[in-house]
Every structure is written in C-alpha cells, then in structure tokens.
Design a protein around this ligand. Structure first.
Ligand code: 5GP
Ligand code: MG
Ligand code: MG
Length: 179
C-alpha cells in the first residue's frame, strides 16, 4: 500500500489520483489513439522528463505500428512556470509527412506545448496532435487544442507518476497534490 501522505523537500503532499485511476485514464486515451491512427504509423514524441511514465504505460496499450522518440523542451522550477521555453533538444527524426502525437505529462499554462507545436509545425508533419495525461483547464493561456486528455484536474500542484517537485517524486506510482 502506498502512503496517503508524503513529504518532499519542504512540502507535504496527499494522495490525489491513485495508480488504478491513472492507468484507467491511460487506457481510455489509448483507445482513442488506436481508433484514430490505424494504418497511419504515428510517431509519438514524449517530452522528458515528466512524460516518461505516461509514455511507457500508454505505449503498452497501443495496438498500432508506431514509433516513439523522446525530446526535451522546457524548464519548470519550484512550483511556478519559469515562463521560458528552451530549444527542442534531442529530436533526431525527420518528421516531415509523419503523423505526430506529442505526449506530455501535464498542460498547465500551455506554454510548453504551444512553443513545441510551433517548432514542430515548421518541420511540416502530415498531422500533429497532443496527448496529455493531465490538464489544468483554468490555466491554459494559449490557443491550444489538446485532443487526448487523461484527466482534468484543478489548479493544484501535483507530483508523482513522472512529475517532480524540484527533482523529487517522479518515481511515485500515484499522483499526489500539495497540501
Ligand atoms: P505549461 O508550459 O503548460 O505551463 O507547463 C507545462 C510543464 O510544467 C509540464 O510539462 C510540467 O513539467 C510542469 N508543470 C505544470 N504543472 C505542474 C504541476 O502541477 N506539477 C508538476 N510537478 N509540474 C507541473
Ligand atoms: Mg512536461
Ligand atoms: Mg518539473
């Protein structure tokens, strides 16, 4: 049994979304993707570090011919966005003419994914969509359409299942919210 309360650095967190619910949400995302990408050989681009667990569990639920690759885009420090998005790092694939699905852990202001989208669209993919495990809808400040959403959550700071608080918490199997 996972603990209901944990401490990371100077903060306490309580369980918010148990692993079972996370995995059920991922199965539902995968069902949508499986239906939409039949015969399209999509290339999934997972955003490191946060999306690594989401990407892993989502891939196990796909029944498609597909590829996956990983890239980095932004830094997010403490509990607030730094407001700066760095370059796209680590994308080796030529995405021209490919069907791209971006895998993101959480969309908050939308800035990270928005900047990435602009960068990738310039490389002329055949199509590009976003799959996010978590969405904070009150916070999206950019004209973004997130086609595949695992769970919609309130504006709480969360950790676990890939998401960190200053480096800690990524290894937790459940998602916790700050107290
Ligand atoms: P955005 O650019 O949409 O504001 O923020 C996206 C990135 O900020 C996410 O990929 C994630 O790394 C980080 N982020 C946003 N909200 C949270 C949160 O509640 N917890 C954690 N750990 N990271 C978050
Ligand atoms: Mg992220
Ligand atoms: Mg982080």
């Amino acid at each position: 049994m996972a603990p209901n309360r944990i401490s990371l650095h100077d903060k306490s967190f309580e369980i918010n979304i148990p692993e079972k619910e996370i995995l059920a949400a991922i199965r539902q995302v995968a069902a949508g993707i499986n239906a939409d990408y039949k015969d399209k050989k999509p290339l999934f681009l997972a955003i490191l570090n946060g999306a690594f667990m989401f990407a892993s569990d989502l891939m196990k639920e796909t029944n498609l011919d597909c590829e996956i690759s990983f890239l980095r885009v932004s830094s997010y420090q403490d509990m607030h966005s730094t407001g700066q998005v760095s370059e796209v790092i680590g994308l080796k694939e030529d995405i021209k003419g490919r069907h791209i699905v971006i895998l993101e852990d959480i969309v908050d202001t939308g800035q990270t994914v928005y900047a990435l989208l602009q960068n990738l669209i310039a490389r002329e993919p055949a199509s590009i969509e976003i799959a996010a495990l978590l969405l904070k809808p009150d916070c999206v400040q950019h004209p973004l359409q997130v086609k595949y959403i695992g769970l919609t959550i309130p504006n709480d700071f969360v950790v676990g299942y890939g998401l960190d608080y200053n480096g800690l918490g990524r290894n937790l199997r459940n998602i916790y919210k700050v107290l």
